[in-house]
Design a protein around this ligand. Structure first.
Ligand SMILES: NC(=O)c1ccc[n+]([C@@H]2O[C@H](COP(=O)([O-])OP(=O)(O)OC[C@H]3O[C@@H](n4cnc5c(N)ncnc54)[C@H](OP(=O)(O)O)[C@@H]3O)[C@@H](O)[C@H]2O)c1
Length: 261
């Protein structure tokens, strides 16, 4: 892990939670903040002083620096990344072709878009392969990523949409959960009860949708009887423009991802 900031920490916490024995196989660096060493002390991973040492020791190099730092880091250690290794980058908006053009050799390069759920092994990791990627390297990278949650293969041109939906998604869903908490309080529940009710309702709904492969409209029909409470509530939500606001929010995030890339 080149970089030991927020995303690197979330991924490392996920790996150590999923398989504590892997901690000693994870090596991290930073730019001088001491975050890699702090992770080493807390989680039992290995912190090294230089990116050169990290690249020499690692068989998968994961770039966890800000997009603006990708080129500088790759120019300094790119020559050490041989085709026998794999390079995986989580940097938003940096295409595999940009990284391949900086590297000397035909290195298997992968672009990833994880979200914060990786910290609790329930993340979503979008995954795309570069020009020189091959099955063995892809298997090696995805084997690690699967420990962090769902690995979703996408074409690179879909990454801005994925960034909006699953990358920014936890922030959007956090807003919705908060709105339900507020609604529960207005309706007379304590904050604790409102939070417990909405989180458990969300979990159950997700499980139903996944296990029974229900469509959302089938699910809505299951709980919406004519003239009942859900029907009345849904009509008010639609009048309030919830669906349109969510579509607008995701499209705005997607446009922003394209601007930043
Ligand atoms: N946060 C998210 O939810 C999220 C989601 C998907 C993708 N991402 C991507 O994840 C990447 C990292 O984001 P972040 O939020 O984790 O950023 P961050 O907290 O600022 O962490 C960046 C890390 O990179 C390190 N770094 C910078 N230059 C370096 C160098 N030359 N050598 C070694 N380490 C270096 C920094 O070191 P210091 O600690 O010494 O400053 C820091 O630890 C970004 O590209 C972002 O697009 C983030």
């Amino acid at each position: 892990m080149i970089g030991a900031g927020n995303m690197a920490r979330a991924m490392i916490e996920g790996w150590v939670r999923a398989d504590p024995a892997r901690a000693s196989s994870i090596i991290a660096t930073d730019r001088g903040s001491g975050k890699a060493e702090a992770l080493a002390e807390r989680l039992g991973i290995v912190a090294v002083a230089t990116n050169e040492e990290l690249v020499e020791r690692a068989d998968i190099v994961v770039l966890c620096v800000k997009p603006i730092d990708v080129e500088r880091v790759l120019r300094s250690v790119g020559s050490l990344i041989t085709p026998a290794k794999a390079l995986a980058s989580v940097a938003a908006g940096v295409p595999t072709v940009t990284m391949e053009s900086i590297l000397d050799d035909d290195v298997p390069v992968f672009r990833l878009m994880p979200n914060v759920g990786v910290q609790v092994c329930s993340g979503t990791v979008c995954f795309a392969s570069g020009r020189f990627a091959h099955t063995a390297a892809a298997d090696r990278v995805t084997e690690w990523m699967r420990l962090l949650g769902a690995v979703v293969p996408l074409m690179e041109r879909q990454f801005d949409a994925a960034t909006a939906l699953s990358g920014s998604g936890p922030a959007f869903i956090g807003l919705i959960v908060e709105a339900f908490e507020d609604a529960g309080i207005v309706a007379g529940l304590s904050h604790v009860a409102a939070r417990e009710l909405i989180l458990s309702t969300m979990l159950g709904t997700v499980q139903l949708l996944q296990e029974h492969e229900l469509s959302c409209s089938d699910l809505r029909r299951m709980v919406t009887s004519p003239g009942g409470t859900a029907a009345t509530g849904l009509a008010a939500l639609e009048r309030g423009g919830v669906r349109g606001a969510i579509i607008d929010g995701v499209l705005a995030a997607m446009r922003r991802a394209a601007e930043l890339g």
